[in-house]
Design a protein around this ligand. Sequence first.
Ligand SMILES: Nc1ncnc2c1ncn2[C@@H]1O[C@H](COP(=O)(O)OP(=O)(O)OP(=O)(O)O)[C@@H](O)[C@H]1O
Ligand SMILES: [Mg+2]
Length: 274
Amino acid sequence: MSGVKALNLAQSYPVGRKLFSKPEVFRAVDTVTLDIAEGETLGIVGESGSGKSTLGRMIAGIETPTSGQVSFWGQNYAPVGTKEWRAQRRWVQVVFQSPASVVDPRWSVHAQVREALTAHEKLAPSEADDRAQDMLDMVGLGPMSHRLPHQLSGGQLQRAVIARALVLKPRLVVCDEAVSALDVSVQAQIINLLLELRERLNLSMMFISHDLSVVRHISHRVGVMHRGQLLEIGESTALFEAPKHDYSRRLLAAIPADTPRQRRQRDLQNFAAL
Ligand SMILES: Nc1ncnc2c1ncn2[C@@H]1O[C@H](COP(=O)(O)OP(=O)(O)OP(=O)(O)O)[C@@H](O)[C@H]1O
Ligand SMILES: [Mg+2]
């Protein structure tokens, strides 16, 4: 079975414990069921604290859910930390907001991409070099592959992170605010790069972002998170144009419309909703 299926995923965190009473828990994610098909990009939107990142970490298999299960191309994730789990790591990669915090300042980007590869595959040194360089070429960093992280711009660094994630040929990439820290013009370049690589590598993607127009642009389907629950999920255009829930309507109304006519219509709709 191809793709990712999450069934009744829940995550609770303890929130302090009073003496002699049961520990209280906060449900960051509350029974979420969804799937992501092979080659599909699922966008996730929702206000801060709604559980998007927590859901993303469980889908990526780097955090074990309190309950529920993720099936990844028909195989359940092994518990975090086990040997089986480590073997599964290469099939899913995560790209976070701030690339500087996930790269090693002492190593060239080539060395880091190569290291990611050789941690998972036994390769002849020259083959590892070539595969790392090919991947850096693909993200447009070919001529800069021997630079250290501090010698790169934020956008270039994010390209390096993407190269390191994709050199393992993952099936799924979870992008959590992957472009949010970048300038708008650089954001567009990184988005285009992700779109290109998604086609080339037939990637499934989970794309978490506050930027609704970016989510709309990149996603086939979009899910709306609200207080830990998946309020609704649907085909991107349909969801943005006709959300079913009031909450989604208010959240999605924040997006600038594409054309003046659409914008006018939206203004009227919002006005009518007041
Ligand atoms: N390890 C943790 N321990 C305790 N609470 C946590 C933990 N991780 C997340 N939470 C809480 O769970 C809720 C959901 O957090 P999460 O990071 O998933 O939200 P988010 O939708 O990604 O928000 P943002 O848009 O700000 O990134 C928040 O209230 C957060 O404080
Ligand atoms: Mg988050």
